[in-house]
Ligand binder design. Structure first.
Ligand code: UDP
Length: 484
């Protein structure tokens, strides 16, 4: 064996198993990069479209010698009734196909195991998205530890934990109830709970029960958070998980280079040059960036309210327009109403995928109107920008509570109640306008705290910071596991 081969042989080797949804895939690719930066050899289990889509952000890192590679397996589209080339939730023609997509990812077990059996040496650890169940069996079979990643904060983990244990939500009707047994007091409504806590979803319930068992059997959990952000919740979650929790974020801060920021997650619909030129022409802290994540499909009427609220705020803004099958209707409204023309002096409309990290890290950004997905939320936190929350589904309502009531770095659109509300979920232009004003004009405390957290976030990933140390601790734990 040559010396290079032998050192590769001695190097710790992690297998990374992602699932096809940007909110899951993007951060797990960042985890792969971080592991490699810490000297671990990483193999990413991939499929054809995903390699192209998510691989480009790592090209530079791989060329510079980081030990990362993609191993590609054919994706069983036809077998699961999925359109050819469709490997991601945001590419699905309709969301009734989500279970089929999840099942397709869960069907790759045999092929991956054949691949593993041919290796000289088994990987030392599998880092798997928690929605993929087979790594549970595979790691038992080959006696290697499994670390799971589900993209949520420790705050959310604990909300799910105490709610599942207490079942307080079961007999409350539509009234607000206090989430019990957590370090902070806050209320939720049943309609704001994620589907894992909805007893009426029969299919989902069976799946979520399997998920719970699989999660409880995992060796530990990596979290895209940093300890100082939510120490009390990290401590509680560690108690639940027997100490094996490693907060290693903000993951997004592993990309310092502008070209990496532009390529993260998908091909950007706007060039780096055009985007930066527009941002450079704006005053510091003046622009509202508006993006509702990668998979939300908001009704056109609601997006029109959002658009009118942005317009009436009289602030410069970037609006990322993407509403799945509803996009055409919104774009038609924009054309017919002359919206782009009316706002052209102070608005940048991005149709499709935005280079979110590039935008957020620009000094012109003064606020981020977000659907409160955890990645977006935390990307805002890590650059010290205050948030305007507009949660739509799943744990986004928990994230809103954490942002507005616990961290106090943002305001909620729906809490404004200026506009007349038909349903609790409706978006009203007056509320959007007021929330923007509260953050940009009024919210000095909010802006100050957001800035402080941004600073803490950057410190956490520096050498010696808490997230850096947690990454080292994870690697040491796996080394020790391999020795026993
Ligand atoms: N994202 C992006 N450009 C877009 C939309 C989304 O870069 O136009 C990224 C965003 O930076 C984040 C992820 O996609 O990393 C979305 O994850 P999040 O948890 O915020 O929400 P989800 O899309 O899962 O609802």
């Amino acid at each position: 064996m040559g010396s290079e081969e032998s050192s590769e042989h001695n190097q710790l080797h992690f297998l990374v198993v992602p699932i096809g949804s940007p909110g899951h895939y993007i951060p797990i690719i960042d985890i792969a990069k971080l592991l490699a930066q810490h000297g671990v050899r990483v193999t990413i289990i991939s499929t054809p479209v995903n390699t192209r889509r998510y691989g480009s952000v790592l090209d530079q890192a791989i060329q510079s010698g980081l030990p990362i590679r993609f191993i590609e397996f054919p994706f069983p589209y036809a077998e699961f009734g999925l359109p050819e080339g469709c490997e991601s939730v945001d590419d699905l023609p309709n969301y009734a196909l989500i279970p089929a997509l999840t099942n397709a990812y869960n069907s790759l077990q045999q092929e991956v195991e054949h691949y593993l059996e041919k290796l000289d040496r088994m990987p030392d650890c599998i880092v798997a998205d928690s929605f993929i169940l087979w790594p549970g069996d595979t790691t038992k079979k080959f006696q290697i530890p499994r670390v799971i990643f589900d993209g949520m904060s420790c705050f959310t983990q604990m909300c799910n934990h105490v709610l599942y244990q207490s079942k307080v939500y079961e007999n409350v009707g539509e009234d607000s109830f206090v989430v019990p047994g957590l370090p902070d007091r806050f209320e939720l409504k049943r309609s704001q709970l994620p589907s894992a806590l909805n007893p009426n979803l029969k299919y989902a319930n069976d799946f979520f029960e399997k998920l719970r068992v699989s999660e409880s059997e995992a060796y530990g959990v990596v979290v895209n958070s940093f300890e100082e952000l939510e120490q009390a919740y990290v401590d509680e979650f560690k108690k639940v998980r027997g100490g094996k929790v490693w907060c290693i974020g903000p993951l997004s801060l592993c990309h310092n280079d502008e070209s990496e920021k532009v390529q993260r997650g998908n091909k950007s619909s706007i060039s780096k040059h055009e985007c930066l030129e527009w941002l450079d022409s704006q005053e510091s802290g003046s622009v509202i960036y508006v993006c509702l994540g990668s998979i939300s499909r908001v009704e056109p009427e609601q997006l029109i309210e959002l658009a009118l609220g942005l317009e009436s705020s009289n602030k410069p803004f970037i609006w990322v327009i993407r509403a799945g099958p509803n996009t055409k209707k919104v774009e038609q409204w924009i054309d017919e109403q002359g919206y782009a023309e009316r706002t052209k002096d102070r608005a940048l409309l991005i149709h499709g995928w935005a280079p979110q990290l590039l935008v957020l890290s620009h000094h012109a950004i003064g606020g981020f109107l977000t659907h409160s997905g955890w990645n977006s939320t935390f990307e805002g936190v890590s650059v010290g920008v205050p948030l305007i929350t507009l949660p739509l589904f799943q744990e986004q309502f928990y994230n809103e509570k954490q942002i507005v009531q616990v961290l106090r770095i943002g305001v909620s659109v729906r809490d404004q109640k200026v506009g007349e509300h038909k349903s609790g979920m409706a978006i009203k232009s007056e509320d959007v306008k007021k929330a923007i004003e509260m953050v940009i004009e009024g919210g000095e405390d909010i802006r100050k705290r957001a800035k402080e957290l941004g600073k803490m976030a950057r410190n956490a990933v520096e050498e010696g910071g808490s997230s850096y140390r947690n990454m080292t601790r994870l690697i040491e734990d796996i080394k020790n596991y391999a020795r026993t």
